[in-house]
Design a protein around this ligand. Structure first.
Ligand SMILES: [Zn+2]
Length: 144
């Protein structure tokens, strides 16, 4: 069935083609990422001071770098995390992780996230290594 460009209808293949990280709520994605990367709240990767003021928290959630109020170091939410150095925004990271978590094929993930296959494979490896590390830690804790 071809809908052509008929007005008022669409096919699932249309959203499959058009969907991307821009469909996701960026604030929701940033808040979720923050809760996973910094479960005890964000802190300076240099001196360890907790970041509690609203202005800096808002900047971190907006994917911006902030200056530590104690040591002056600049950092972002992802600094010194396993996602440090990423060029992806929070919504893109969440979408990529979701698709990998659903075992969606690499080609589809790269299409939906508008990243190269190699970039997707790099993140897939990172997540796989985290999974392996988590299992090893569980085994070590179980052995002691
Ligand atoms: Zn600091």
């Amino acid at each position: 069935m071809c809908t052509g460009n008929r007005r008022g209808v669409f096919l699932p293949s249309t959203i499959a083609h058009d969907f991307g990280a821009h469909f996701l709520d960026s604030e929701c994605c940033a808040t979720w990422l923050m809760s996973k990367i910094h479960p005890d709240g964000p802190h300076c990767p240099g001196c360890g001071v907790g970041i509690n003021d609203e202005k800096r928290l808002k900047a971190l959630l907006s994917d911006k770098r902030i200056r530590c109020p104690q040591c002056g170091r600049f950092f972002s939410m992802l600094s010194r995390s396993f996602l440090s150095g990423t060029h992806l925004g929070c919504s893109e990271i969440v979408l990529l992780a979701l698709l990998l978590g659903l075992d969606v094929p690499i080609k589809t993930v790269s299409g939906l996230t508008r990243q190269t296959d190699e970039t997707v494979r790099t993140y897939e490896r990172k997540f796989r290594m985290l999974q392996i590390a988590g299992r090893l830690l569980q085994e070590l804790e179980g052995a002691s």
